[in-house]
Ligand binder design. Structure first.
Ligand code: ARG
Ligand code: ZN
Length: 468
């Protein structure tokens, strides 16, 4: 879907020519779509030349062999005339690609799947690219050493993709600036379940297999897409304000603290709605699963239904992490960073939400949490608005120094204007994307106090301020 009010990203024609130059298809007139959107931290993430409106994934999974197969129908609009365009896809084998039903040439190069339609695309053309693919999806290692992509579990799988893990299981425009609707259908051996984003639109069982169809109507970034396959205890319910819940918990997550945390989800969601505005999506819930030991996946704010991959050790769901991931539904999922360097807009808010919750529960005050964050050396490694590399996207300054920016804004703007900020910022970019400059301009409009010096010190400044 078009990123709201966003200028076109720079087009990396040169990089594309390099990636496409290894023989094969002949270019015809129009240039190639870029192999990345030009993200400063992840230059190859996403692609240029088109904007996706819908992903139709029709997949089949065999938990014994770990094989995934099926088709991805990517519905998009050309944003420039192109003779070739890229999709992001890591591993897997592509059997065929068609564009609007006509066979297309394609080539793989690293994580780029370059598609040359039979007929070149003209700016404004709507088209459908259908990719037939299969294979054993891989786990990717991020710049920070963490794993993402497709985790095999002993009874199925769990997909987690921040920042670029979705390309391990479907071809797409893997960058947060291009949000889309989804229909995700996965067929599994009867007896297993599939949980994903959005709402369950139906299940069909035939020939010893059950297909689960999940429908995501609200725009969703690729990094927020998930699928969980396995045995789950499913609880359906509603929050007091009426949000339908679908909670899928691995039956082996038997630490009572997990159950106790999940039980409070409706209360947390309603509490967050009073602070951040009405819950933006049609349903909520959780996916709690067990990963093989030692892989150390991260909890992730997968849209509608945050994922909690427990391994050995602590309970799969901790209360403060649940508060954190649910707050991301507003900050990250509903209003999504336009590029990866804006990630503090996600993690700073989610950390601040944890501070608010802890105080609300009668624990550490927000002032104390801020003082602790201020005192920690790791907080000051770099300014939150400028992570130096992809390896630092999820480092302490993004979280705790990001939260300190909000803490300082509240002090400068006053409680009233700040609570308006918390409530109206997600709504101002409803279902879209926004960057740091959008946010600072938005905050400035809510107060007569000049925020420039504060932002220079807390958001952009390298040095640690003298005091809180
Ligand atoms: N967004 C997740 C959270 O803080 C963290 C994702 C971490 N990803 C990573 N590649 N380290 O809720
Ligand atoms: Zn987070």
């Amino acid at each position: 879907m078009p990123a709201l009010a966003r200028a076109a990203m720079p087009v990396l024609l040169l990089a594309c020519c390099l990636s496409c130059s290894s023989g094969g298809a002949v270019a015809s007139g129009a240039p190639d779509g870029a192999p990345g959107v030009g993200d400063r931290l992840l230059p190859e993430a996403g692609n240029g030349g088109y904007d996706v409106s819908h992903y139709g994934l029709d997949l089949s999974y065999d938990p014994v062999g770990g094989r995934l197969s099926g088709t991805a129908v990517v519905s998009a609009t050309a944003t420039q005339s192109v003779s070739r365009f890229d999709l992001d896809l890591s591993g897997l084998t592509v059997g065929a690609v068609t564009v609007d039903g006509r066979p297309a040439k394609f080539r793989r190069f690293g994580t780029e799947l370059t598609v040359q339609p039979a007929r070149q695309l003209t700016r404004g053309d709507r088209f459908q690219a259908t990719v037939t693919y299969a294979g054993v999806p891989q786990l990717l290692t991020d710049a920070d050493g963490s794993h993402e992509g497709w985790f095999r579990t002993d009874d199925g799988a769990l997909a987690l993709g921040e920042p670029v893990g979705s390309m391990a299981w479907f071809p797409g425009n893997d960058h947060p600036s291009d949000k889309a609707a989804y229909d995700i259908t996965v067929s599994v051996p009867a007896g297993l379940s599939v949980v994903s984003n959005g709402e369950l639109a139906g299940t069909t069982t035939a020939g010893g297999r059950t297909a689960f169809h999940w429908r995501v109507t609200a725009p969703m970034a690729t990094y927020l897409a998930t699928v969980g396959i396995g045995h789950y205890d499913v609880t359906r319910g509603r929050t007091r304000s009426g949000v339908p819940l679908y909670e899928a918990v691995d039956p082996r997550s038997d630490d009572p603290r997990t159950a106790a945390a999940v039980k409070r989800l409706p209360e947390i969601l309603d509490w967050e709605s009073t602070l951040f505005g009405p819950y933006p999506f049609a349903s909520s819930g959780v996916v709690v699963d067990h990963l093989p030991r030692g892989l150390g996946g991260y909890a992730l704010e997968t849209q509608n239904r945050p994922s909690f991959p427990g391994d050995s050790g602590p309970p799969a769901v901790q209360l403060d992490t649940l508060v954190h991931e649910l707050s991301h539904q507003w900050f990250g999922d509903w209003v999504t960073p336009a590029s990866w360097q804006d990630i503090w807009l996600n993690e700073g808010f989610a950390t601040y939400a944890e501070w608010l919750w802890t105080q609300h529960e009668g624990g550490t005050s927000v002032d104390r949490s801020a003082a602790d964050a201020f005192a920690a050396e790791a907080t000051w490694a770099f300014p939150p608005a400028a992570p130096p590399s992809a390896a630092e996207l999820f480092a302490a300054p993004v979280y705790s120094r990001g939260a300190l920016v909000l803490y300082e804004l509240r002090r400068a703007m006053g409680d009233r204007a700040f609570s308006t900020l918390l409530r109206t910022w997600p709504a101002a970019h409803a279902g879209g994307t926004a960057d740091t400059a959008d946010f600072t301009a938005f905050a400035q409009r809510l107060t007569t106090h000049d925020l420039t010096p504060l932002l220079r010190t807390w958001l952009y400044g390298k040095a640690k301020p003298a005091h809180l």
